[in-house]
Design a protein around this ligand. Structure first.
Ligand SMILES: Nc1ncnc2c1ncn2[C@@H]1O[C@H](COP(=O)(O)OP(=O)(O)OP(=O)(O)O)[C@@H](O)[C@H]1O
Ligand SMILES: [Mg+2]
Length: 253
């Protein structure tokens, strides 16, 4: 069975794309067959993997709206075992186009149901629109990146309400694999206060792995590379390799 994992948080800039790209790379490195589905009109996962964007329906836009067979538009990346369905700005119109369609919440689920991978990782856009409802419906796992900053917990309740709503109505099998603390700055006491706070609320739901704030991560994305390939010895790369290990061990429980 293909495991479909939504990397989601309605907040912008919390590390969703970075997590998608690096977890995907780490899983591919241990011989898993992995597909990144870039479901964000910004297309940062596409750029972050150094892949040119396809236009029109030969992209996640076409997949989301059920206009194309996803297998026909998968692009292989230069990383062995890692493929991507790229995004384009056309996806920005999909919310409106979906809104008038029959079974608008299940379009993506139907579209990707025949894909055969070990893992499909969906890089979700910020917000709570129909694109994200489709992502949650099509997934069986969720990873929630959470930036270690003052307002981190705000909004999380709303995200869990949305997840529960999806479980109650269209996808009862949806499981939160974990909350991932990102951009942790050990020189800033606020980071450790936030981390403690999140753990005291969510206990084991929080991954033990913490992604530190690490300049190599932002440098890597500007070079169109996952940090794991840009600088394998960096603290950022090590943390994402550790995340892959922890994610898989949670899967096997
Ligand atoms: N651990 C980190 N250390 C330093 N910089 C980071 C780290 N994680 C992410 N960044 C940088 O922060 C910015 C936001 O990260 P990212 O694009 O992964 O967030 P996002 O949640 O996908 O954003 P959006 O909501 O816009 O899609 C990027 O420039 C990225 O390179
Ligand atoms: Mg993103």
């Amino acid at each position: 069975m293909t495991n479909v994992v939504a990397i989601i948080n309605q907040k912008g800039g919390v590390g969703k794309t970075t997590t998608t790209v690096n977890l995907a790379t780490a899983l591919a490195a241990i011989d898993k067959k992995v597909l990144v589905l870039d479901l964000d009109p910004q297309g940062n996962a596409t750029t972050g993997l150094g892949v040119p964007k396809n236009r029109g329906i030969k992209s996640s836009y076409g997949v989301l709206l059920g206009l194309v067979n996803p297998e026909e538009i998968v692009t292989e990346t230069y990383i062995k075992g890692l493929s991507i369905i790229t995004s384009t700005i056309d996806l920005a119109a999909a919310e409106i186009e979906l809104s008038t369609q029959h079974e608008r919440d299940s379009k993506l689920k139907k579209s990707i149901s025949t894909l055969e991978y070990d893992y499909v990782l969906i890089d979700c856009p910020p917000g709570f629109g129909l694109i994200n409802i489709n992502a949650l419906n099509a997934s069986n796992r969720i990873i929630i990146p959470l930036q270690c900053e003052f307002y981190a917990l705000e909004g999380l309740a709303q995200l869990f309400n949305t997840i529960q709503g999806v479980r109650n109505t269209i996808n009862k099998d949806l499981i939160v694999s974990g909350i991932l603390l990102t951009m942790y700055d050990r020189r800033n006491s606020l980071s450790s206060i936030v981390a403690k706070d999140v753990r005291s609320h969510f206990h084991n739901l929080v991954f033990n792995t913490i992604v530190p704030r690490n300049v190599k991560i932002s440098e890597a994305s500007s070079h169109g590379k996952p940090v794991i390939l840009y600088d394998i010895k960096s603290a950022g790369a090590i943390s994402y390799i550790e995340l892959a290990r922890e994610f898989l061990s949670r899967e096997s429980k």
